[in-house]
Design a protein. Structure first.
Length: 202
């Protein structure tokens, strides 16, 4: 897992005045959670836009706050975007205790080639996009890559039970749940067949 680092600065501006921060390329953020009081902070919008897609909601971020000692291991709890302009409005970071297990949704990424899709004109159907996982914060997987090459016909499915998470990670999602399968193509009836049959029967 890539180590993600972020530096934040204390924020004195609150309320409606935060609009001025956003005009200057600064995003208001909050950090709260275990072992820390809720803090009003801020960060550069460009830095956040680079780090948020990599972090998702399950990759820990090491946060340092200007003029404060120590590091904070945090997860992204909530991100607010403007519904029209797609501007980044606000981010909440949740601080965790690295010695305590947490639960998070880990993305499922399908890789490889399915014969049923590529050669038999099937459609790949992904039933689960994430798996619910429990682990220590620093052991949380960034994603699960699932090879779909076993889908070589339309009778096969890939289920949660085949996912290897490692000894330090517990998958909480039902092992019988389906992750992916290949759906056969629809067979459309040729036009005019029904009408011809009726004529023969008259």
């Amino acid at each position: 897992m890539d180590k993600l680092d972020l530096r934040l600065w204390p924020r004195a501006v609150t309320g409606k005045k935060v609009k001025n921060l956003r005009r200057d390329g600064v995003v208001p953020v909050h950090m709260f959670g275990q072992g820390v009081q809720s803090q009003a902070l801020q960060a550069e919008v460009g830095v956040l836009r680079r780090i948020l897609p990599r972090a998702g909601g399950n990759v820990p971020i090491t946060i340092e706050v200007e003029d404060q000692d120590g590091e904070n291991i945090c997860f992204v709890r909530e991100v607010q975007w403007h519904p029209v302009t797609d501007d980044l409005l606000h981010v909440d970071f949740y601080r965790v205790d690295v010695s305590q297990t947490i639960t998070a949704e880990v993305p499922v990424i399908l890789v490889g080639v399915s014969v049923a899709v590529e050669e038999m004109e099937g459609t790949l159907f992904q039933a689960l996009n994430t798996l619910t996982v429990e682990s220590l914060p620093m052991n949380m997987p960034a994603s699960f890559q699932i090879d779909i090459s076993s889908l070589d016909n339309f009778d096969k499915t890939i289920r949660v039970s085949i996912v290897e998470a490692g000894s330090n990670v517990t998958i909480l999602t039902d092992p019988d749940e389906m992750i992916a399968t290949a759906v056969p193509p629809r067979i459309e009836e040729e036009p005019g067949v029904e009408g011809e049959e009726m004529e023969e029967g008259e």
